[in-house]
Design a protein around this ligand. Structure first.
Ligand SMILES: [Zn+2]
Ligand SMILES: [Zn+2]
Length: 245
């Protein structure tokens, strides 16, 4: 507690949306968001796509356009915390490229609290962060998905749910290009054999953890690789999901 206090004094928190330094002694409940940014984050609400968890129009059926038009054969379904908007985009960008790892803690805590019951119901063996290639890890020095997974796991354990993080299960064997600029065919080609699963014996259910869900291709590919090695069910959780109403 004292350590936290001192740490805060030396390294004051920043708002996860606008990056402004938050005043010392800021209300603990909102310690990650300044007053101006409180309403800029949009939490995902029902109705949501039964496959990818994105928000959908209330008059739609079960799935978003993306999931209706693509045949996912890897994961079961997934869920996320926020709708992707310009503010979330900025926040994600600063995590990755300005090294603002401290933001991730807010997202991890929120995900654990909001989806506590979902985690309980799924009752997975472990959380598995989407791995980044070793060369990218050298550039950036951390994997944001891994920090997020650890933060979710920590907060769940405070809520008496045991869900460990497994960082050894999957390795990224190929340094893939930026996928969202590619079309479906090129994306699939790029992702082919990009991941390898080490040893999945004794693991039945896995929840993949990532920051942003855009096309779903990466998560689907990892889920397929896991199922090839005998994992029975694969779900995912992420901070933000890009709409595809
Ligand atoms: Zn702010
Ligand atoms: Zn969907």
């Amino acid at each position: 507690m004292i350590f936290e206090f001192i740490k805060k004094f030396i390294f004051p928190s920043r708002c996860i949306v606008c990056d402004e330094t938050l005043p010392f002694g800021f209300n603990l409940e909102n310690e990650y968001l300044c007053d101006e940014c409180k309403n800029k984050l949009e939490f995902i609400k029902e109705p949501t796509c039964k496959k990818c968890g994105a928000m959908i129009n209330s008059n739609k059926g079960m799935y978003c356009v993306r999931c209706e038009t693509r045949l996912w054969d890897g994961f079961e379904w997934g869920f996320g915390l926020l709708r992707y908007n310009d503010f979330v985009k900025e926040s994600m960008h600063r995590i990755k490229y300005l090294g603002r790892k401290e933001y991730i803690d807010f997202y991890g805590k929120c995900i654990a609290k909001v989806y506590k019951n979902k985690f309980k119901d799924i009752n997975a063996d472990c959380l598995v962060p989407v791995p980044i290639h070793s060369s990218r890890l050298n550039e950036r020095s951390f994997n944001q998905a891994e920090i997020l997974a650890k933060s979710i796991s920590n907060e769940l354990s405070n809520l008496h749910i045991d869900l460990p993080v497994n960082t050894d299960l999957i390795i990224r064997t190929k340094n893939t290009k930026v996928l969202n600029k590619l079309d479906d065919a090129d994306r699939n080609k790029e992702l082919k054999d990009a991941f390898s699963v080490r040893d999945a014996s004794g693991i039945d259910k896995v929840i993949i953890v990532d920051d942003i869900y855009t096309t779903g291709s990466t998560i689907n590919e990892i889920a397929r690789a896991l199922k090839d090695k005998g994992v029975d069910k694969v779900y995912f959780v992420c901070i933000t999901i890009v709409d595809n109403l």
